[in-house]
Design a protein around this ligand. Structure first.
Ligand SMILES: [Zn+2]
Ligand SMILES: [Zn+2]
Length: 368
């Protein structure tokens, strides 16, 4: 099966995070057909392995593609549109998996490299706690020296043929925030008898808002206080997200939020349950690996684009804090539309670009 067909087959049968059973079965079957060794990983993932013919199999490169889809109803109207109503490959993970499959096919046909190549089809990128965390919990690369973990994401802000890089800090950490303020409710006119959770949570939200800056985001997107015009409720809730570009800052902001919560409890005589989540860490690209990849891309006819860091998150971040890692963006062109929408349709010409570059990059690192 060629790369495009592989992608379309995945696109027809998208599955939600950690439910990628059919997807994993399909990938495993296609790897079998090529005689590529593989095993299940993180329940619904697949870990493929190819040993180079030049020996030294202890050193390895890991190529990672995510394989999960989103709860979106596809409206592209293409022949290979989703047959799983309400679920769609709206983030391009079908493309990531197809590119990885294409790279594995090429290198299986001609394993002219030193070391071991792992192809990691990772489940559950879109859903906390993230498939990467589960993959790493299995310690699948124990006994190997991991030279690099490489991942990519399609990007409609870049044209087909363009590849975007950002050395160092690239994507944000993401933690979910949950607060539950418990006071004493009652008649809204009898203020002396209540401990008002609505006012307390309002103050809390305003205080949290002061954390917003160039390096940190604290946004509250859900507030619930189900009283009435004349009823103050017992409880008020709010939920939000926190993003940073630095793991130390991430911890520091969490500590500061805990401090604010304590102050609010004292000031309004209320109790606050808080859960500051344990989400995805920052994606921090290895600088040397990134510069080498940029050089390689540039000198082989790919158009290299310098990217700014992004406030979005990726569970690829987990790998970047353990192994030298690189996450880059593969251009699919503006016509592809926006990811996470019902009309997102990446330009398939990008598959060839992605496959060629990732193959070249893997060989470059393995044969270094
Ligand atoms: Zn996504
Ligand atoms: Zn994605």
């Amino acid at each position: 099966m060629d790369t495009k067909e592989f992608r379309r087959e995945l696109h027809r049968h998208p599955e939600l995070s950690f439910e990628e059973h059919r997807t994993a079965q399909f990938i495993a079957g296609e790897l079998d057909a090529l005689g590529i060794e593989h095993r299940p990983i993180a329940t619904t993932g697949v870990l493929a392995r190819i040993e180079g013919r030049r020996g030294n199999h202890q050193r390895c490169v890991v190529l990672r593609a995510d394989i999960d889809a989103l709860p979106v109803s596809e409206m592209t109207g293409v022949e290979f549109a989703s047959q799983n109503e309400g679920v769609m490959h709206a983030c391009g993970h079908d493309c990531h998996a197809a590119v990885l499959f294409g790279v594995l096919r090429r290198l299986q046909a001609n394993p002219d490299f030193e070391g071991t190549l792992f192809g990691l089809f990772q489940p559950g990128e879109e859903l906390n706690p993230g498939g990467a965390r589960r993959v790493l919990a299995e310690n699948p690369f124990e006994g190997y020296k991991v030279a690099a973990v490489i991942g990519e994401h399609v990007d409609s802000d870049l044209e087909v043929g363009e590849i975007g890089f950002c050395p160092g800090k690239f994507m944000a950490s993401a933690d979910e925030l949950h607060f539950k303020v418990r006071g004493v409710g009652g008649h809204a006119a009898m203020r002396e008898r209540i401990k008002d959770p609505v006012v307390a949570i309002s103050d809390l939200i305003l205080r949290l808002n002061t954390f917003n800056s160039d390096v940190c985001v604290v946004s509250i997107g859900n507030v619930v206080a189900e009283g009435a015009t004349n009823v103050i409720p017992e409880v008020a809730l709010c939920d939000g997200t926190m993003r940073t570009f630095d793991e130390k800052l991430r911890q520091r902001v969490k500590d500061m939020i805990a401090g604010v919560v304590e102050e609010i409890e004292y000031k309004y005589d209320v109790e606050i349950d808080m859960n500051l989540g344990d989400g995805y860490p920052c994606v921090e690209n290895d600088k040397q690996l990134t510069y080498e990849a940029m050089l390689l891309a540039g000198s082989n006819g790919f158009k290299v684009v310098d990217l700014d860091r992004r406030p979005t998150a990726e569970d690829f971040g987990f790998y970047t804090h353990i192994y030298p890692s690189l996450f880059y963006r593969l251009g699919v062109g503006k016509e592809s539309g926006r990811a996470h929408t019902a009309l997102f349709l990446p330009d398939e010409r990008a598959l060839e670009v992605g496959e060629e570059f990732m193959t070249m990059l893997a060989l470059n690192i393995l044969n270094r």
